[in-house]
Structures are given as structure tokens and as C-alpha cells.
Write a protein that binds this ligand. Structure first.
Ligand SMILES: Cc1cc2nc3c(=O)[nH]c(=O)nc-3n(C[C@H](O)[C@H](O)[C@H](O)COP(=O)(O)O)c2cc1C
Length: 207
């Protein structure tokens, strides 16, 4: 990988998600990978209106920061999606990215079956980061599934997931939990190496 873009859904700049992202970023930079961290909360992006316009020409009618964001994703070969859980799912900021991207980048291809289409170019790989306040990975499961669903639609293979549960319990994610740092380091390496793809399991979703 030469360039990795982090799309971060948490609005708190010094929260747990930001701390994990910083650590992963550090590891990637040590491996001479160029990185960029984009905090979605700082962008002007509006929700998908399901107007159907992208079904005609693959273009979204909304002229906002999403256009520049898609260009940044396109120019990267690694994509990291990171979000805390807010009411069992990703944050509103991340959900906007998921919905808008899923519609504009995928639906047009399916409907028209045109080569290339609006989809991102091939050869990208992804990593996911999920954080939740309560103890137990089940509290971040839905957030991970939401982000994984988009990757599956975009056909971007997933190589690594970091799950940080219990952020609001006791000493939080890091105090007295040395395994958290080890998990982050190992997951970062798995992302860089890209040896073993994690496939989307519908059993896991429970349908
Ligand atoms: C609006 C809101 C809803 C939340 N809902 C959940 C939830 O459903 N389950 C959970 O485990 N934690 C929930 N949390 C806790 C956050 O996931 C937790 O505090 C996390 O550390 C926030 O991310 P950050 O530290 O990166 O800012 C919620 C927090 C907020 C602000």
C-alpha cells in the first residue's frame, strides 16, 4: 500500500476512536505509507435523499464535500473506516458517508451494467475500527456490519477489524488493558500485509 485514507466518524477529536486511529496511523507511517485522516464531522456533507438521480448518470446531485472525499478515496489504495457506536449503529456522520457512497458508487453500476461506471477503481483494501461504551462486542456489532456492508457492495476486501468495547466502563479502553494495544498493533500489521481477507458472513448478521 502506498496511500491510506482514514474516514473517522467520531465527532470528539480526543476520544477513544481518535486514539486508536492515531496509533494505527503511527504504525502505517513507520511502514512508509502515506496517510491522511479525514474527520467527517468537519466536512459539509448532507444525507442521501434517495432522489434516484445517480441511477441515471452515476452522479450525485448534491454538490457538497462528498465529491472531494470520493476523489480522495479514489486516489488511495487503503481505506480505514472508524466509528464509535451511537445507539447501536455508526454515528450520523459515518452513516451519511455509507449511504451516499453506496448509492452513487454502486447502484448505477448494477442498474446499467456499464464497465467502470462510477465505482472506485480496483486494488483497494480496507480496515474497520469500531468502538462502543458498553462492555461486550455485541454493542459494536451493528456498526461493524454497517461499514462492512458498504465495503461488500464496493467490492473492497476487508483485511482487519479493531473492536474496542467497554470504552465507558471502569478505566476505559486502555487503562489496565494492555491487550488493546497489542490488538491494534496486530490488526494494523494484518492490514498492511493483506494476507487474509475477512469475508462478510450473513450468519454473523443473524439473517
Ligand atoms: C449519542 C450516543 C449514543 C451512544 N450509544 C451507545 C450504544 O448504543 N452502545 C454503546 O455501547 N455505547 C454507546 N455510546 C457510547 C459511545 O460509543 C462511547 O462513549 C464511545 O467511546 C464514543 O466514542 P469516542 O470516544 O471516540 O468519542 C453512545 C454515545 C453517544 C454520544
Amino acid at each position: 500500500m502506498n496511500k491510506v485514507i482514514f474516514l473517522v466518524g467520531n465527532p470528539r477529536s480526543k476520544g477513544n476512536t481518535a486514539r486508536i486511529v492515531e496509533r494505527v496511523d503511527e504504525i502505517l507511517q513507520k511502514r512508509d505509507i502515506e496517510t491522511e485522516i479525514v474527520t467527517l464531522n468537519r466536512l459539509g456533507i448532507l444525507p442521501c435523499k434517495n432522489c434516484g438521480s445517480c441511477e441515471d448518470d452515476g452522479e450525485c446531485v448534491q454538490d457538497d464535500d462528498m465529491r472531494e472525499l470520493w476523489a480522495k478515496v479514489e486516489s488511495s489504495d487503503g481505506l480505514v473506516l472508524a466509528s464509535p457506536t451511537y445507539y447501536s449503529g455508526v454515528t450520523a456522520q459515518m452513516k451519511i458517508f455509507i449511504d451516499r457512497t453506496g448509492r452513487a458508487k454502486v447502484i448505477w453500476d448494477y442498474k446499467r451494467n456499464l464497465p467502470g461506471g462510477a465505482r472506485f477503481s480496483e486494488g483497494k483494501r480496507a480496515m474497520l475500527i469500531g468502538v462502543c461504551g458498553q462492555s461486550g462486542e455485541r454493542w459494536l456489532k451493528c456498526s461493524i456490519i454497517q461499514m462492512r456492508s458498504l465495503l461488500a457492495d464496493l467490492e473492497i476486501p476487508l483485511y482487519s477489524i479493531i473492536k474496542g468495547d467497554g470504552a465507558d466502563v471502569g478505566g476505559g479502553l486502555f487503562e489496565g488493558r494492555p491487550e488493546m494495544m497489542i490488538d491494534i498493533d496486530e490488526a494494523s500489521e494484518a492490514f498492511v500485509e493483506g494476507d487474509e481477507e475477512i469475508t462478510l458472513s450473513y450468519k454473523e448478521i443473524g439473517t
